[in-house]
Design a protein around this ligand. Structure first.
Ligand code: SF4
Length: 82
């Protein structure tokens, strides 16, 4: 069985600003959120472990942040149709 440690070493986001992947401010403006998420998703798009990351986030019901190139709303929508 794979664990998060099996794939996290190959994460493209290693060393990136965590604030790109998570909102630092609950009152973040929509435009700022979209811009921040776009930058994070750009990193995810070139990540070799994107599928593992997304699967782990869904399995753990991650409530916040960009995982596997999707934000929490996109992950919830994905699990509703699967
Ligand atoms: S998919 Fe994105 S959040 Fe997940 S490990 Fe890769 S770069 Fe990091």
């Amino acid at each position: 069985m794979a664990t998060i440690l099996d794939w996290s070493g190959a994460a493209a986001c290693r060393g990136s600003e965590g604030s790109l992947f998570y909102s630092a401010d609950s009152a973040e403006r929509k435009e700022d959120r979209l811009e921040r998420e776009q930058l994070a998703k750009r990193i995810c798009s070139g990540c070799a472990v994107r599928d593992d990351c997304l699967r782990a986030a869904i399995d753990r019901h991650e409530s916040y942040g960009i995982w596997g190139g999707l934000n929490e709303f996109e992950r919830r929508a994905l699990t509703r149709v699967v």
